[in-house]
Design a protein around this ligand. Structure first.
Ligand code: ADP
Ligand code: MG
Length: 397
């Protein structure tokens, strides 16, 4: 696809800048609550260091004004435990101190530079040539022999650290980026029948995926669940009850109408829940669709739906999952997520996208998928046939 990878880079003795995405949930004391994002980049970083690179790492954490906007010192400590090589932390990103830290690196050593989002330009979106003129890129690029982008999860953003360096420095996709693009850009080559399970609470995103894959004839079946499933139920003419309806309309006033349009055009490929699990004072109560409406919110799919959807995966060539089927954070409503996602691993080939979706697999201990994407928005962009600005700038022709 015309994107150079680490196979094309003579690493030894060169100073390599690498952008990773280690933006992580923080605990109340401010430390890392989950290090999955850090572990994802370990192979790329170890490879660069094993091959004698001098590695300057760029990353962000949180957003200005948010609770999780933080320095990267804990990230550096955790990376030091995970990597086979020494790594320092520098509390500057592109100032003289930062450039000195980069210059002091020896072969096989790394430094994690400070949160890129401490600088206002990093919170803006630019065309690549303007991104190349920001202070971050202009100051840091002259210290680098090569730039590697491994931050797939941020690849839908046109921020300076994501798209500016390739204008000035030879640039490459890291191993995470390479593998994500390999899988998610080639969905049309995966085995059929291709089953999409779309759940979760971002109904607008699920609708966009459904519309895109149905209109391109990529999907054979779409199994709807979660709040997305509730919206499709309502769109099919079922009165789902005020609490569930309100939850949908609060998020997206046009979702039910859009779902109805999709049902009209592609109804034979879209499956809606047969029963739902509503919350009665926090207790799970399964209600058949024929017995709706009820005055309690539907937080999961019911056992009949679980059995029917699980059955579909038995003969699926490919399972593509985005959005958990229920409020998996509460044990009573984690049943659908545990069972449906568990069954999806039995498809010949299985792919998972989405931040909460990946978190649900970790918290429920479900594994066995062929690919679990590190990206939410970026994965969605590829699943809907779109392009990623940070990837476009890596293309050589
Ligand atoms: P992702 O981050 O993987 O793209 P979303 O953000 O769309 O997924 O959805 C994740 C959230 O959806 C979870 O926090 C889960 O609790 C919620 N969810 C799933 N089913 C329901 C439901 N029926 N009602 C309300 N929230 C739901
Ligand atoms: Mg989410």
């Amino acid at each position: 696809m015309g994107i150079p990878t680490l196979d094309d880079l003579a690493v030894d003795g060169t100073t390599v800048g690498i952008r990773v995405d280690i933006n992580s949930p923080l605990s109340e004391s401010g430390g890392l609550a989950d290090d999955a994002r850090l572990r994802a980049h370990v192979d790329t970083l170890n490879e660069l260091l094993d091959r004698g690179g001098r590695v300057a790492i760029l990353a962000h954490q949180g957003r200005p004004g948010g609770d999780e906007f933080a320095r990267l010192e804990d990230h550096a400590d955790r990376l030091a435990e995970l990597l086979d090589h020494p790594i320092e932390y520098c509390d500057a990103t592109f100032s003289a101190d930062a450039r000195a830290a980069v210059n002091l690196l020896d072969d096989g050593e790394a430094v994690l530079l400070e949160n890129t989002r401490f600088y206002s330009e990093e919170y803006m979106e630019f065309p690549a040539d303007e991104a190349a003129e920001t202070f971050l890129v202009e100051r840091l690029a002259p210290e680098l022999d090569a730039f590697v982008n491994d931050a797939f999860a941020a690849a839908h953003r046109s921020q300076p650290s994501m798209i500016g360096f390739p204008v000035r420095v030879d640039s490459y996709a890291g191993r995470v980026m390479e593998r994500e693009l390999d899988v998610l850009s080639n969905i049309e080559d995966t085995p059929r029948p291709r089953v999409y399970a779309l759940g979760g609470a971002k109904i607008a995103d699920a609708l966009e995926v459904a519309e895109s894959v149905l209109s391109r004839d990529l999907a054979d079946t779409i199994l709807t669940s979660g709040m997305t499933g509730n919206a499709f139920l309502a769109a099919s003419g079922v009165d789902i009850g005020e609490p569930s309806r309100e939850a949908i309309v609060d998020r997206d006033a046009t979702a039910i109408d859009q779902a109805a349009d999709l049902l009209e055009e592609h109804g034979e490929k879209i499956r809606v829940p047969e029963d739902v699990a509503v919350s009665r004072d926090g207790e799970r109560e399964v209600v058949d669709v024929a017995d709706l409406p009820v005055d309690a919110p539907a937080l999961d799919v019911g056992e009949a739906t679980i059995a029917a959807y699980a059955d579909t995966f038995e003969t699926a060539g490919t399972a593509i999952l985005n959005g958990p089927p229920g409020v998996f954070e509460q044990e009573a409503f984690a049943v659908g997520t545990r069972e449906i996602f568990g069954a999806a691993t039995r498809a010949e080939y299985s792919i998972v996208g989405g931040g909460d979706t990946a978190a649900s697999l970790r918290s429920l201990g479900i594994d066995g998928f062929d690919h679990v994407s590190t990206g939410g928005g970026a994965a969605l962009r590829l699943l809907t046939g779109g392009t990623l600005p940070a990837v476009e700038v890596l293309k050589t022709e």
